[in-house]
Design a protein around this ligand. Structure first.
Ligand SMILES: [Zn+2]
Ligand SMILES: [Zn+2]
Length: 1014
């Protein structure tokens, strides 16, 4: 038995087990620490992690982003870049609060206050501690290399102080104001919801609401009334006006109802008027006995003729546009419901009812009064609270805003310096910046950044910019200030800088995107005079991390980030809040490049929901598919399309991974037989290579370059595509065509070449598949770096593209020949006389290889006599050409077209791409024809006795080799072959048979039998 140089590989890898093994090796050998040491002092690559919310365990959604971040950090590390690797957690806000409320069975803000804010804050922190521990464990299992233990936590006092400082700057520039307006409001959470939060996925959901047509009797036109339509009956008690489009025509139906003519086109109308003529009419409101207010008709250009009656019910206390109209027309503003969405006591019998409970009663009441025209249900997309799923309402509220008037253009300019992948996401950001309203930064909640605003009765607004300033101005309570957080901070009044009176903080906390947006400053030590060891581990973060607060020089070194990456939804969230705060503080973008990606759905294309049972926990995925397979799924995905993730695609990937696995297994098996011992030095491949070896080396270099281009443009999908084509070339061309060189005697050049190609490929794929590549690398590399992750990026010369094009043409011709065989039903083992090849000139020097591959006696390069038929590919071409399609179709049908290079055609003045046409070539009688991308082959399918016999020889060889396997013979075992007498005519080829089945002797006697030679 030869020495086992390499560990033999099992037939199929057990990915989860293999990965646990590799993780243990990394841990034991300190592989990541060694990598960081190796790159210390190198050029820097600055990545800033968008914080993951610490309120859950790792889901496969989050693992997608985590994988992309890891892939590019690993790639940059292979290229020698020094990196920070700081991970981050988002630790405050509704995410955390609502989870704790559920756990404690609390249902309202009053419940929380009764439970006690101090205890509530402790519970919220517990969630963060639990979740961050879970997330770190799962991210390690995913293979993510980060500086675990030095993570940033946004509830750190230091982080809070940095937001304070930003807010103080905003105030100094006069951009901070208290707004009074109608805003989207969650009645369960008891807080307003801002414009960017509405952009979060899952906010807009289909929902059936009541649909009401209501009559408003006109005061000066007896028997006549306006009819309005609404889907929010609870807003009717707040009605003060009815809006008409002044340009549109309205008509009086015979039953006395005024409606827009455009909405009732077939109606007989007693009178017609322009909307402008109705302005100023007064009417009786539906709840006049509860609410004493005058109602009138107002003009509004935005009244749509697409739904309802063309007359719009206006309640400025319950709608954003309604509120704006109240400012223009000096309408009274009636606010009917309190923070929890229940009617105020002044609303009589409605008192205490929720907006939902009130609906039925209002409908009944209107019917009783004869004001209800019609009621039913209406399906529409309606916004819900992103955290608790409660349908939102509109409510008048006083919220704190940052004006964007002076910031809009600087933010657009800053965004113009950013390179976005995919590009359209940068345009989305531009659109958002052009249309964004002022930033509503206040939330009426508990576990969040305390807004440092202290408005004084004297009219002065005090804004605190740091803990130091707070301590200097506090009148009491500093000794109990454990964290910059409610309830402790609420017990610290300060002295007003204008009048000297003690003044209290407002109760509101900040939008969580303030917490995350400040990270490029708070974690990098912006304007911090002196490095503070563990200076970030303050407040609630103490004990969870050992992160330092660096000094300003460090910030200069690492700001802005070279690259950030999150899902598309973050355009209006984290990318926006970071950009906003960075433009305020520095006037420029905090990142140079962004990789965004679309949504994840289940493998059937449905949203994943806990309640639908199609959610996948990352731990389940680790156990059932393995991290490499998950990472493959993420990385093969174009970022501009939704990822359909699941166990079905995972099984397909596992099968596809076998091509790589089997190639290495093949190498290991034969290299062990020959005791082939490669050395790391052999990467400088020298010596006599066969032409095919030479090709594989060049092919490998081309792959390295293609992958490099993919990584450099942050498109893992390009790396994966390059890899898939490369592995196919390696396995289905090089190995398959070189097999015999690895058998008995072993050809040193073949071993060298294959080892070289595999090792280089493992290095290229290490960032994407960090486990299986390291596992195989450690097996194949005997004296080099101890891990593929320490081996750096392969340095290769420019590939010989001419040679590669040549073999690409050969493979193309072979594929076409196989296709022609398939259509004629002629199996590959049956030799044929001739193949005619047209349009692949680079393949001409490889006639022998082609003949061998496609099993024909002769290759002829020349014109293929075939009739060309071209038809339009309707699903593709139809939408593009529209009415022009007919002309193109006719031209193609009558043969009036021109063939262009690359499989394109021109017909009726249109150029048609290769995927826009269906091409068929009909060969002469006895020939099977196939064609693609400008190359055509014709296979002579005629058989003669000689060919038939030879086909039987191939059948026999195959049959014997199957028997060898079934009998468990080793690949090197010699045999004695016994064949029945009817096979005797085939023995004209006995040398070939012996050679291909490793037979030392062939006996003619009885049944077919295989026996190991003694
Ligand atoms: Zn809510
Ligand atoms: Zn004052």
């Amino acid at each position: 038995m030869a020495e086992q140089v390499f560990h033999p590989l099992p037939t199929v890898p057990d990915h989860p087990a293999l990965e646990e093994h590799v993780l243990a090796a990394w841990e034991q050998e300190g592989t990541f620490e060694r990598l960081r040491e190796q790159n210390a002092g190198g050029p820097t690559f600055s990545f800033i992690d968008g914080p993951v919310t610490a309120n859950k365990s790792l889901g496969v959604h989050t693992a997608w982003g985590r994988t992309l971040k890891d892939v590019f950090q690993r790639y940059k590390a292979l290229r020698g870049f020094d990196q920070r690797y700081q991970n981050g957690f988002d630790c405050q806000g509704l995410w955390i609060e609502v989870g704790v409320e559920r756990e404690l069975g609390l249902n309202s803000k009053r419940d929380i206050e009764e439970y006690g804010l101090e205890a509530f804050a402790r519970k919220c922190r517990d969630v963060v501690v639990w979740s961050s521990t879970e997330l770190i464990g799962a991210c390690k299992r995913l293979g993510q290399w980060m500086d675990w233990g030095n993570d940033y936590y946004t509830f750190s006092d230091t982080n809070i102080e940095y937001v304070w400082r930003m807010l103080k700057t905003v105030h100094a520039r006069d951009w901070l104001y208290l707004g009074h307006r109608s805003t989207e409001w969650c009645p369960r959470c008891g807080t307003s919801i801002s414009q960017h939060e509405l952009a979060m996925s899952g906010v807009y959901q289909d929902r059936a609401d009541p649909s009401l047509f209501v009559r408003f009797p006109l005061r000066d036109r007896p028997g006549e009334s306006l009819v309005v339509w609404t889907t929010t009956p609870w807003t009717l008690p707040a009605n003060v006006a009815a809006a008409v489009n002044p340009e549109s025509e309205y008509g009086l139906r015979t039953n006395g109802e005024w409606v827009a003519v455009a909405r009732y086109p077939d109606e007989e109308l007693a009178e017609r008027r322009l909307g402008a003529d109705m302005v100023g009419w007064t009417y009786t409101g539906p709840f006049d006995e509860l609410v004493d207010v005058a109602h009138r008709v107002i003009p509004w250009d935005e009244v749509s003729m697409d739904e309802g009656t063309g007359i719009v019910h206006i309640a400025p206390g319950c709608g954003g546009e309604d509120f704006e109209l109240s400012q223009v027309h000096e309408l009274p503003v009636i606010a009917p419901v309190d923070e929890s969405g229940r009617f105020y006591p002044t609303f009589g019998w409605l008192k205490g009812l929720s907006t939902v409970e009130a609906a039925d009663q209002i409908i009944g009441y209107l019917a009783g009064k004869g004001m209800l025209v019609e009621s039913g249900l209406y399906e529409h997309r309606y916004p819900h609270c992103w955290r608790c799923d409660t349908p939102l309402i509109f409510r008048i509220a006083d919220d704190w805003f940052i004006s964007v008037r002076d910031l809009r253009q600087p933010m657009l300019d800053a965004n113009a310096t950013v390179r976005w992948t995919p590009e359209y996401m940068g345009k989305r950001m531009d659109d958002w910046l052009r249309n964004m309203g002022d930033w509503n930064i206040s939330r009426r909640r508990y576990y969040g950044l305390p807004l440092p605003f202290y408005p004084c009765a004297c009219g002065h607004l005090n804004v605190i910019g740091s803990r130091e300033e707070l301590e200097a101005r506090a009148t009491e309570g500093i000794e109990q200030l454990e964290e910059l957080r409610r309830p402790w901070i609420d017990r610290v009044p300060i002295r007003c800088e204008a009048c000297g009176e003690a003044v209290r903080r407002i109760a509101e906390v900040g939008d969580v995107w303030l917490d995350a947006g400040i990270v490029p400053f708070s974690t990098l030590g912006w304007q911090n005079p002196k490095w503070v060891p563990q200076g970030y581990a303050t407040g609630a973060a103490r004990g969870l991390t050992t992160a330092d607060l660096p000094d300003h020089a460090y910030w200069e070194q690492w700001f802005p980030a070279d690259w950030v990456s999150e899902m598309r939804e973050q355009i209006r969230l984290w990318f926006y809040s970071q950009l906003f705060m960075s433009v305020v503080l520095t006037g420029r973008s905090p990142f140079r490049q962004v990789l965004g990606y679309e949504k994840m759905l289940d493998e059937q294309g449905r949203e994943m929901h806990g309640s639908w049972g199609n959610m996948i926990d990352a731990n389940d995925a680790f156990a059932r598919m393995g991290a490499d397979v998950m990472r493959w799924q993420y990385c093969a995905q174009p970022p501009d399309r939704n990822l359909l993730f699941g166990f079905g695609p995972a099984d397909a990937i596992k099968r596809e991974l076998l091509t790589l696995w089997n190639s290495v297994k093949f190498f290991v098996e034969y290299a062990n037989i020959e005791s082939f011992r490669p050395s790391w030095e052999a990467l400088n491949l020298e010596g006599d290579l066969a032409p095919l070896d030479h090709w594989l080396v060049e092919r490998t270099h081309a792959f390295v370059r293609d992958a490099e281009a993919g990584y450099e443009s942050y498109l893992t999908v390009d790396v994966m595509r390059a890899y898939q084509v490369y592995v196919d070339d390696l396995s289905n061309w090089y190995i398959r065509r070189s097999r015999s060189r690895f058998w008995a005697g072993g050809d040193e050049a073949a071993f060298q070449t294959l080892w070289y190609a595999i090792v280089q490929m493992l290095r290229v794929m290490a960032p994407i598949l960090p486990f299986v590549t390291d596992h195989l690398f450690r097996n194949l590399v005997l004296d080099g770096p101890g891990s593929v992750h320490l081996a750096g990026w392969p340095e290769v010369p420019d590939p010989d593209r001419a040679l590669l094009d040549e073999i690409a043409d050969v493979r193309r011709v072979v594929a076409l020949a196989h296709q022609a065989r398939a259509t004629s039903g002629m199996k590959l083992r049956q030799p044929l006389r001739k193949l005619v090849v047209e349009g692949a000139p680079a393949a001409a020097g490889h006639a022998d290889e082609i003949a061998d591959e496609v099993n024909v006696k002769e290759i002829e390069f020349g014109a293929v006599q075939a009739e060309l038929r071209v038809k339009p590919n309707l699903p593709v071409l139809g939408p593009r050409l529209g009415r022009e399609l007919r002309a193109v179709q006719q031209a193609l049908q009558s043969g009036e077209f021109e063939e262009l290079p690359g499989g394109r055609f021109r017909a009726a003045g249109h150029e048609l791409a290769s995927d826009e046409v269906l091409v068929e070539r009909l060969g002469r009688e006895g020939f099977a024809v196939a064609s693609a991308d400008g190359a055509t082959v014709a296979l002579d399918t005629a058989l003669d006795d000689e060919l038939v016999l030879e086909g039987r020889v191939r059948d026999l060889i195959r049959q014997v080799n199957t028997m060898r396997k079934e009998q468990g013979l080793a690949v090197t075992d010699r045999i004695v072959l016994t064949v029945p007498s009817e096979v005797e005519p085939l023995l004209r080829w006995q040398d070939r048979i012996k050679n291909e089945v490793l037979a030392v002797e062939i006996r003619v006697d009885g049944d077919l039998a295989v026996e190991r030679a003694g």
